[in-house]
Design a protein around this ligand. Structure first.
Ligand code: PMP
Length: 402
């Protein structure tokens, strides 16, 4: 017998399972609305032209070697990334109290950040929105946190934020709880707090001495503008909070499999930066030793060059505009069909996703009967829609809700 007999089959990861089912499905009119990746007007994955250009240039650059990066990554990348988040004129950056650590995309950032807070600050309680990205819970638990809690976020009836619930839950949080906040384009609901609401969230967090851990996986996708999408993080920094933020370049650079991320840290005392970096070095050393170079070089080279940076901003504008067009197209089709219910929320929501309000039964019905793959929560990736399939989608939704 094998000593591995003790190992039992675990549950599947819903989003990857749906993606697999989609790929295996021979139906020509199938639609993939599951995984959060950008698709162009023809339903195809899109390599950003500025990325392609940079990769071609890098391929011929014989000064680029495959030597190890430092444990905390490529310094040019972490510096540029931290400024991209906090703003070119950020006083925290100027004062030397902000720095970054290159990580394995957004997920790796969350993990390294959570481990720092647990191992060194001894924080054990973390709060995440109900609902949130389904991996937050696992990442924090694996990093050593023991008390997971949720704060109210989504009001299914009004299809908006349950703001009173959110504030009440944060008010009741014990001191030093870590509060996970989506920097913008909340996944899965597509609804962000207003600036006024962020101010109230900051008030409560200050009063209750809670620690803000921002997750920024979609900078640029909420408004089409990188600076506007960083407003909440910058506001908390301006208010004097110490915070950390997990930045992912999976979506806004289309570098999903390159695992490019930055853990941006803002602390109140610049003299503590060396100690912080030293302990982060040991955390990374014991986990994966050092990060990969290719994607970080691509991002750093683009962020460092004004012309390429502007090109990238244009790509982001284009991607977010296409998502908005699809929101409008889907709503228009549903109205044309006279589908019962209000579909305003589809155009009000922002970012890649729409939390459609379809029930689990209706969502599963779309998978089984229509070959339209979406999460059972009713979340759809808007980019899976394009001018050739939006009508089919609306018809399927129409029949599912009747
Ligand atoms: N946070 C949120 C809210 C996300 O949606 C994602 C991507 N699905 C991530 C973090 C991390 O993704 P990655 O590790 O690919 O950067």
């Amino acid at each position: 017998g094998s000593r591995f007999q003790v190992v039992q089959q675990g549950p599947p990861i819903e989003v990857f399972q749906l993606n697999r089912m989609f790929l295996d499905d021979p139906q020509p009119n199938k639609i993939n609305l599951s995984i959060g990746a950008y698709r162009d007007d023809n339903g195809k994955p899109w390599v950003l032209p500025v990325v392609r250009k940079m990769e071609k240039q890098m391929a011929d650059d014989e000064t680029l070697l495959h030597e190890y990066l430092p444990v905390l990554g490529l310094e040019q990348f972490t510096t540029l990334s931290t400024s991209m988040l906090l703003g070119q004129d950020s006083p925290a950056v100027a004062a030397g109290r902000a720095f970054g650590v290159q990580t394995l995309s957004g997920t790796g950032s969350l993990r390294v950040g959570a481990e720092l807070l647990n191992k060194h600050l001894k924080y054990t309680t973390f709060y995440y929105s109900a609902p949130t990205w389904e991996n937050h819970h696992l990442v924090f638990m694996n990093a050593g946190f023991t008390s997971p809690r949720t704060y109210r976020y989504w009001n299914a009836k009004t299809r908006s934020i349950d703001f009173d619930g959110l504030i009440e839950d944060l008010r009741a949080a014990p001191e030093n709880s870590v509060v996970l906040l989506h920097a913008c384009a909340h996944n899965p609901t597509g609804i962000d707090p207003t600036q006024e609401q962020w101010e109230k969230i900051a008030d409560v967090m200050e009063e209750r001495k809670l620690f803000p851990f921002f997750d920024s996986a979609y900078q640029g996708f909420a408004s089409g503008d990188l600076d506007r999408d960083a407003w909440a993080v910058r506001y908390f920094v301006k208010r004097g909070f110490e915070l950390i933020c997990a930045q992912s370049y999976a979506k806004n650079f289309g570098l999903y499999n390159e695992r490019v991320g930055n853990l941006a840290c803002v602390i109140s005392d610049a003299s503590l930066v060396p100690a912080m970096k030293s302990q982060l070095t040991w955390i990374v050393r014991g986990m994966y030793s050092s990060p990969p170079a290719h994607g970080a070089r691509v991002v750093a080279n683009v962020l460092a060059n004004k012309q390429l940076y502007d090109e990238w901003r244009e790509h982001i504008k284009g991607m977010s505009a296409r998502v908005i067009q699809m929101r409008e197209a889907l709503r228009a089709e549903l109205i044309k069909l006279g589908t019962p219910g209000s579909w305003e929320h589809i155009v009000k929501q922002i970012g890649l996703f729409s939390y459609t309000g379809l029930t689990q039964r209706q969502s599963e019905h779309l998978v089984q009967e229509y070959h339209i793959y979406l999460l059972k929560s009713g979340r759809i990736n808007m980019c899976g829609l394009n001018p050739s399939n939006v009508q089919y989608m609306a018809k399927a939704m129409h029949e599912a809700v009747l």
